[in-house]
Design a protein. Structure first.
Length: 597
């Protein structure tokens, strides 16, 4: 039984039968259409006041019939040649209610994408008013160019020698073959939702565009919808889904990126409705991390995050398939492919977690050696692209990659440096944070981010030139809270002040406690920052005198582990110790303290 594609809901059976009968028409070789087929399409289109479309192959056989609405018709996939210098061998003839046959941008985009022999529009009112057609006339800058003809009468259209026209087009395409050695960039459409309590949607989509470009795709447009809550099935409204479908066809979009994480059901529904790949911000960030990870541990962490993200997104019957061998209705020939895939992913997740745990143990041993050396550790934290790597290079000549891109560096880098007073410290550059950072990444990178938790002092680097710098700071604080590092002593470093014109803005930033404005590129106030780091480290350690009773001499061993012991004297009352102790340990040893602190 021939199938009618498209929006059939609400159509009477007699209309469906009439549409199915269009498959019975045949067109003589080399002829564009017959008067009988054109008239039959006109009658149905006038009755429905909708677009209908037929695909006809070069043998003159109707191979697809589809029905749409008053504005467009969803074009089904069709078998045909797909070499870049060959046409598909299929012509598309569709109706335009209202009588205007001019090809729309969506029509032309579909012609290029499907490489139809010709794209034809029949302007229908009560009967055929006029006819227009378009065909591929060559290519420029690795993209097809289109020539349109019309409006024509039905007689004029039927007189066109289609065989001659298609041969000429393919000969032209063969002479000027489109380059096939360079993979075309993916064309992305960005989608967001506007909510009052969150980031301004335009700014959030601009950041999403930066992420998309970093991942290697071309952003061809963005669209958003104002909603108080998301749609359970599609995230956005169904009407907006239809609008996106039209934009996708018109702009030749092959990937749609949503600004928030989609549920597996939403992602599946959107891909079915739109017919292209749909991903969310989380998947995009994971893709960037996969491209940028260089160390073995970094690659493992990214793979772990991706596996945990993809596991619930494997298609199928969900929990039903996870209960094999569990009683009536679950026994059968064996595991399904889906369950095998899930089992393999879970096994791989387990293996990676064990390997990361081993690496974590090695890091712990290194950290113990650093702590035993009593060298203070400082960690650079901040929003991605705030200039952390540039600041590390300026302070230590580390030579790490510093680009004007989001997530330019992922792997942590630690360098030893001296402060103005001669004291040595260790400075670590950590991965940048971002709003809506995928929780899978925070979990996977928790081992690496322990450098933040263990640091004696945090340098929170802020891009002072960014219009949303305050919201970026809040996003960083949120991640620090998740790591349990939000109570750490912190110096706020407002970077890129060379790009800030207003002295008032800088003055307002510096009202914050423990804040300084610098330019890592220009070197502005770098010496002041070093002095501030030194003073803060000194203030964090308190010089105290203690008397440890001889029967508690085990306390001495602990003191040597956690403090800088400056002198030890033995007397009748106990062991007199003069040490520099960090603030967090002072309370623990307060009962041994003597004299003024």
């Amino acid at each position: 039984m021939p199938e009618v594609y498209g929006e059939k809901n609400g159509l009477k059976k007699i209309i469906i039968d009439n549409l199915e009968q269009l498959y019975e028409f045949t067109i003589p070789f080399g002829q564009t259409i017959t008067a009988e087929l054109a008239q039959a399409m006109a009658v149905i289109a006038a009755q429905l006041n909708r677009e209908i479309a037929v695909y006809i192959n070069r043998r003159g056989k109707v191979v697809r019939v589809a029905v749409g609405n008053t504005k467009t018709v969803p074009l089904p996939a069709a078998d045909g040649r797909r070499a870049l210098n060959r046409l598909s061998g299929i012509r598309c003839i569709h109706t335009h209610p209202g009588g205007d046959s001019q090809l729309s941008n969506v029509d032309i985009a579909s012609l290029k994408k499907m490489r139809f022999d010709i794209m034809v529009a029949l302007g229908i009112r009560e009967d055929i008013q006029e006819i227009s057609l378009g065909f591929i006339a060559g290519h420029k800058d690795n993209s097809y160019t289109v020539q349109t003809v019309g409006p024509l009468t039905l007689t004029e259209f039927m007189q066109i020698d289609l065989n001659y026209l298609t041969n000429q087009i393919e000969r032209l395409l063969e002479v000027n073959d489109i380059a096939t050695n360079v993979a075309p960039k993916e064309k992305a459409l960005l989608v967001g939702i506007e909510r009052q309590e969150e980031w301004e949607v335009g700014e959030s989509l601009r950041e999403l565009a930066q992420l998309t470009q970093t991942a290697g795709a071309e952003v061809v447009g963005s669209i958003w919808q104002k909603r108080s809550r998301t749609d359970a099935a599609f995230y956005i409204g169904r009407g907006k889904v239809q609008e996106i479908s039209l934009i996708r066809q018109e702009l030749g979009v092959n990937i749609i990126i949503f600004d928030e994480e989609l549920s597996p059901a939403q992602q599946r529904n959107l891909e079915q409705a739109l017919g292209v790949k749909v991903i969310d911000r989380s998947a995009l960030i994971l893709d960037i991390f996969a491209q940028r990870a260089r160390s073995h541990e970094g690659k493992l962490q990214v793979e772990l995050a991706q596996l945990k993200y993809n596991l619930p997104r494997l298609g199928g019957q969900g929990l039903v398939l996870s209960r094999l061998g569990g009683g009536i209705g679950t026994r059968g020939p064996g595991e399904t492919k889906l369950e095998v895939d899930r089992r393999r992913i879970r096994a791989r997740i387990s293996d990676i977690e064990k390997e990361i745990e081993n690496l974590k143990t090695h890091r712990y041993l290194h950290r113990e050696r650093r702590q035993a050396s009593k060298i203070p550790t400082l960690a650079l934290v901040g929003y991605t692209n705030a200039g952390k790597s540039s600041l590390l290079n300026k302070l230590t000549d580390a030579g790490v990659l510093a680009e004007n891109k989001l997530f330019a560096t992922l792997d942590p880098t630690t360098r030893r440096m001296k402060l103005p007073g001669g004291k040595e410290i260790l400075l670590t550059d950590t991965v940048g944070f971002i709003q809506k950072l995928p929780h899978q990444l925070i979990a996977a990178f928790r081992g690496t981010l322990e450098e933040v938790v263990q640091a004696d002092l945090l340098l929170h680097v802020v891009d002072a030139s960014h219009p949303q710098y305050e919201k970026q700071m809040l996003a960083v604080y949120q991640v620090l809270r998740e790591l349990g590092a939000d109570t750490k002593q912190t110096i706020t470093v407002f970077n890129k002040i060379d790009k800030v014109d207003s002295e008032y803005i800088i003055e307002r930033m510096l009202r914050q406690a423990s804040a300084i404005a610098v330019s890592a590129v220009e070197g502005t106030n770098i010496n002041k920052l070093l002095t501030m780091m030194e003073d803060t480290i000194k203030a964090a350690n308190i010089d105290i005198r203690l008397v440890i009773p001889y029967d508690e001499s085990g306390v001495m061993a602990k003191l040597y582990d956690i403090a800088a012991v400056n002198s030890v004297e033995y007397s009748a009352e106990g062991i007199h110790v003069f040490a520099s102790l960090s603030q967090e340990y002072v309370e623990r040893y307060r009962k041994y303290v003597i004299g003024d602190e």
